[in-house]
Design a binder for this molecule. Structure first.
Ligand code: SF4
Length: 326
């Protein structure tokens, strides 16, 4: 007897918690969100390196629209600690469920891939691991140490989960001294219960603030998606909250609905509106702002890091020296 697995079952396997959610149609993308299908020689080379080291990337798992462009330039964001997440955010396409045990060889495998790809700047993210006593903080730190050992010239950017209810975990990661500590607020506080039900807005904000308190030299970065039903005023409030927490770099991009059972898109934000948000964010004092329909946390992360560092140097150079008369 033939076994038929329909698409609904396939989705339920990937996101079991969403199996009974009502379906909403995935809207057709406007022209400004359309990208070329991947397939360049550089893209294929990156894919081979990723596969040969047995690595997982968020580029693939999240179905990122920028994969053709990024992988052509040998820029992939590696996702550590497996491909199964313990949270069930309404916007995210990463598989949910009970993850496997941590793989102790992963830090070395990631570090070897970074060396082989000759990366000047590497972005490491992870699934959420609420099942682990430290949320995976020590594993994150081990990956950072391994990359420092194998590729000492590479700068390291991490995009972490929130380590909610994991006392002392954030400190372990901060003390491993990545160059950039990124944690996304994702959306405005009013929408947390619907979009990010397992997280707490204030906790995420405090995580970013704690990085600056513990290691002021570490760059902090955070992002929000728009198009989920937030208002412009709410996004501006999030900018103010981030600046109060000392965040250096804000990213703002369009939310795209991965499947019919994920949160519905409220609207496609026009490119001009992104430009206006960028202007507002710059006026609020961020060192770096990336706001466009296709902006993602790790998009152009290497070039943006160079600009971020230059912006801080310029700011320090231009700051009035203590004691100089006005
Ligand atoms: S934007 Fe980030 S997640 Fe998307 S393809 Fe590029 S590196 Fe990967």
């Amino acid at each position: 007897m033939a076994t038929v697995i329909n698409t609904l079952d396939a989705r339920a396997l990937r996101h079991p918690e969403k199996a009974n959610r009502p379906e909403t149609p995935v809207l057709r993308k406007p022209d400004w969100l359309r990208v070329k299908a991947p397939g360049s020689a550089g893209y294929l080379e990156t894919r081979n390196i990723v596969k040969s080291h047995g690595l997982v990337t968020v580029c693939e798992e999240a179905g990122c629209p920028n994969i053709g462009e990024c992988w052509t330039q040998k820029h992939a964001t590696m996702m550590i600690m497996g491909e199964v997440c313990t949270r069930a955010c309404a916007f995210c396409n990463v598989r949910t469920g009970l993850p496997d045990a941590l793989d102790g060889s992963e830090p070395d495998r990631v570090a070897h891939a970074v060396r082989e790809m000759g990366l000047a700047h590497v972005v490491i993210t992870s699934v959420d691991r609420d099942d682990l006593p430290d949320g995976g903080a020590e594993h994150f730190a081990a990956v950072i140490r391994a990359i420092r050992r194998e590729a000492p010239l590479a700068t390291i950017e991490i995009l972490t989960p929130d380590f909610l209810r994991k006392e002392g975990a954030a400190e372990v990661v901060i003390d491993a001294r990545p160059d950039v500590f990124n944690h996304n607020l994702e959306t405005v506080p009013r929408l947390y219960l619907r979009i990010r039900p397992g997280a707490r807005y204030y906790h995420s904000l405090r995580l970013l603030e704690r990085v600056k308190e513990r290691d002021p030299g570490q760059f902090t970065k955070s992002g929000v998606m728009v198009g989920l039903g937030e208002t412009k005023e709410e996004v501006m409030q999030v900018m103010d909250d981030m600046r109060s927490a000392g965040v250096d770099f804000i990213t703002i991009g369009q939310y795209l609905q991965p499947t019919r059972r994920h949160a519905a898109i409220d609207r496609f934000v026009e490119p001009d509106e992104f430009k206006a948000l960028e202007t507002i964010a710059r006026a609020k004092g961020f060192l770096m702002v990336s706001a466009s329909p296709l902006t993602r946390s790790s998009h152009h992360a290497g070039a943006d890091f160079a600009r971020l560092r230059a912006a801080r140097e310029a700011q320090l150079r231009d700051a009035p020296t203590a004691g100089t008369a006005a």
